[in-house]
Design a protein around this ligand. Structure first.
Ligand SMILES: Cc1cc2nc3c(=O)[nH]c(=O)nc-3n(C[C@H](O)[C@H](O)[C@H](O)COP(=O)(O)OP(=O)(O)OC[C@H]3O[C@@H](n4cnc5c(N)ncnc54)[C@H](O)[C@@H]3O)c2cc1C
Length: 124
């Protein structure tokens, strides 16, 4: 199959590599002049496949709305007048229930366990 991957960050490159190993013809398109110039540029190299909790914690709502919460929280919001931020924020907050948090964290855990096995194979 001919597959196009958009973006040459760590996810795009890993995806393209896996697909090429399976015999697909892969083209990676990157808007910058080279790979890993956006978020992947800042990667500290920590391999944390057990880091499986999801961001949609039910406590997030109270933490985000607390005055001065931004100073300590890992989750920071830069308030703006953009309607997109509020549309996205409402959708996100609607997913901050205990049930969804457990559901998403379990899915992430499965993905982490699978990634851990794959990573060992890649290193070998
Ligand atoms: C400071 C910092 C430290 C971190 N440390 C760690 C760590 O130790 N361990 C860890 O596991 N994670 C770490 N992370 C998180 C991790 O680096 C990111 O989750 C990861 O890099 C995201 O990769 P990505 O490929 O999804 O995104 P990106 O690296 O952002 O790649 C997306 C690429 O898509 C391109 N693109 C976007 N739109 C288009 C388009 N329309 N056409 C063509 N190209 C496009 C962009 O230019 C970019 O190159 C860290 C993040 C930061 C910021």
């Amino acid at each position: 199959m001919e597959i196009t991957v958009l973006g040459a960050g760590v996810i795009g490159i890993s995806t393209a590599y896996e697909l090429a190993c399976r015999g697909h013809k892969v083209t990676v398109i990157e808007q910058n002049s080279g790979p890993a110039q956006e978020t992947s540029f800042g990667n500290a190299g920590l391999i944390a496949t057990g880091h499986a909790f999801s961001w949609n914690s039910p406590n997030l709502i109270s933490n985000v709305l607390k005055p001065n919460s931004n100073a300590k929280s890992a989750f920071k919001i830069k308030w703006s007048l953009s309607p997109e931020l509020y549309k996205w924020g409402i959708k996100f907050l609607l997913n901050c229930s205990k049930k969804k948090f457990i559901e998403f964290s379990n899915s992430k855990r499965e993905l982490c366990q699978y990634s851990h096995i794959l990573l060992k194979k890649i290193i070998e």
